[in-house]
Design a protein. Structure first.
Lengths: 288, 288, 288
């Protein structure tokens, strides 16, 4: 049974997501629809790109991903369908796919051209659903669009590195449900620059000299539990998606606070890594 | 496979929606459950009516819609099941179905009377699920209730028109995830009154002389992108449901603002349309 | 078809819930996944325990429940799988199962030991999904873990009763979507202590002498609707889960207010019940 996933900024309340699912079942009774997220911030390309990048790989090959963010068609915002890593993605050509496409080259990109038949102010329902169901029935991308060579580029996908490779300047690209702050600095990128040197990660006036693999690595379990004061402490990890993340142990924005609230970090804020001039330690990132 | 949809004010956190789904699967293993919304504002009949009105038509004929808003039974709030447009609706007779029923006459309305057997403080789970599963198995409405001639009327479904038809006074019936403000003025209703005349839509001290079909119709694509200042600009559209909507281009309540936040528009606020005395243009609403 | 439910603090926005579902479908194409809640407050064991306690019973026997709260493994926080009441629960041994296990003795508890093969910073996806799919395929708990005699105890599961049984001191364990405030005082527990005596429930400076079965029991339907002032009035009920709940009639935190907002009641606040010294009435709790 085909799987169609939904990632949108429709929110949890409005009828848009429900109507989209109804339209899919009307075309294709035997399909599995999976909500990835409907709570992307309105029109936020970068958030949507981060979410779909982290979610799609867990799905079986052949899964079809509808991404409904900023999808109103106009002369600068065309619709496209991409085959990549044996998954299909249907979205506007507005930068959402930049993060994934910077890591894996698409097999095929088409600009959707079934619009002459469809006049719509709800393109996810009227266009993306039609294309998704076409693919789910085994149809090819060529039938619904014309091949284009590349997608529109996305800003803020890659961090900046200075010439003598002593500094990375990254950006906050996502703040998660725990208020943890995720940067565009990936582990492999970091380690390529680091080459075993010591470093300091700076997020505003917070400094970190170590990157952990697990949040609870900062806890000293030799101290009795009632004497520990770890909740609310800051730390840096490479998260499960491989991104450098400024976190707070057992954070909760409503109680102990979070990395975002306690350190004043928001989307697009810069995070700096300064490396020592010479190699000092084999690897101060803990082995995975 | 039967489809049962859920539209409630249970919220995203509590166990109510999950328990309801469990109860459906316990009665009927082979059914498809689709969440339309669980984030209707508590006890908000008008919001629920707007959401189900916009969502149900996308589903296949025969779909069963459970609407769990203000569903505690008492002498003034009876439970009912409706067949309309080849869809089934199960809810309290409290006005939720007013918007749909004002457009399409129900084929059958029954007041549910299976309660003598069921003592409950969770009627969606104990009553609505039973009725939905009965219908999904092919059962008739007559078995679960007695026919009633009409539903309880709903306020604010229709806008007011003055005697000489120069003015429509509508109300805000919904604020969507983008902060766009939706009125009870439908396109067909508007055009019937307009008869080609010019008009001014007034929302507090904001005036609009044009109604667009797409949000990006206000963008002048001849100006280079970096010189445009369209984000946050107000406009009026007929939305995908056909309702007159006061919108803001690429709105986001947390950043550029929204129609609701920038213009100070909330549920029930009035929106006025004033028509010129005589016909001047064939049609200033853009053709669909 | 096996059913796997998800109860987590992942929130509605992040990729975590979507990725988890993708991983389940990758292992087991023919399974039914049901979201119970992804909006548990971060790391809140008590909330998660209350939600799963109230939801699981509606599901068919054999259902597998993944609970992803505070699930990072470390020397004090082990993973476990429980068979209880013919349902399966997979979670960290951190107290989440305390409420259910205080009422029903588990048939089997195992500490999961498949971790030597799995290095992970996303244990729900990498460990819990594997265990759930193993059970869904008919596998036994012994294959994925070693039997342990009992779970870690949970605080605040039981209210305090004084020696002469004239007072119960309970705690707020949950605030629901309507702002209603749920205590750890269960109906059966209350009635065992009450033995027909009159009582006063005190929540800060609010006093209640009656416990209702339905919210609308406080409405006097003899008064015409437009002259009633019931919305926003406080009351006490035993809710559909059997817990003593301080509620507000037709509450809405954004408009008329809620029990939580109007009475200033939050998680962990104490609620007191004082009983009269001698039995006076057969039963002042209304018969069910």
């Amino acid at each position: 049974m085909a799987i169609i996933t939904l990632t949108t900024d429709f929110g949890e309340k409005d009828h848009f997501a429900g109507a989209t699912k109804g339209a899919i079942y009307s075309e294709l009774p035997d399909v599995r629809i999976v909500d990835i997220s409907h709570s992307v911030s309105p029109f936020n390309i970068l958030e949507a790109g981060y979410i779909i990048h982290n979610a799609y790989k867990s799905f079986p090959k052949g899964t079809i991903h509808i991404i409904g963010i900023d999808s109103e068609i106009n002369q600068e915002n065309k619709h496209m369908a991409i085959k990549l890593d044996d998954h299909y993605f249907i979205c506007a050509n507005n930068g959402i796919m930049g993060m994934i496409c910077s890591e894996i080259t698409p097999e095929k990109i088409v600009e959707i051209n079934i619009h002459e038949k469809i006049q719509t102010s709800f393109p996810v329902l009227d266009v993306f659903v039609k294309v998704a169901c076409h693919i789910a029935r085994g149809g090819t991308l060529e039938v619904v669009g014309k091949t284009i060579p590349e997608i529109k580029p996305t800003k803020y996908i890659k961090p900046f590195v200075n010439d003598d490779k002593t500094q990375i300047i990254g950006n906050v690209i996502y703040v998660d449900n725990y208020g943890n702050v995720i940067t565009n600095i990936k582990r492999s990128f970091f380690e390529d620059i680091q080459k075993g040197r010591t470093f300091v990660v700076s997020a505003r006036n917070n400094k970190f000299k170590k990157i952990h693999n697990r949040y609870s690595d900062i806890v000293n379990f030799d101290i009795p539990e009632e004497k520990r004061h770890d909740e609310g402490r800051g730390l840096v990890v490479f998260n499960s998606g491989g991104f450098l993340e400024i976190a707070v142990y057992k954070s909760n924005s409503a109680t102990v606070g979070s990395a975002s609230s306690l350190m004043g970090l928001s989307l697009m804020d810069s995070i700096t890594v300064n490396f020592s001039k010479e190699s000092m330690l084999p690897n101060s990132v803990e082995p995975a």
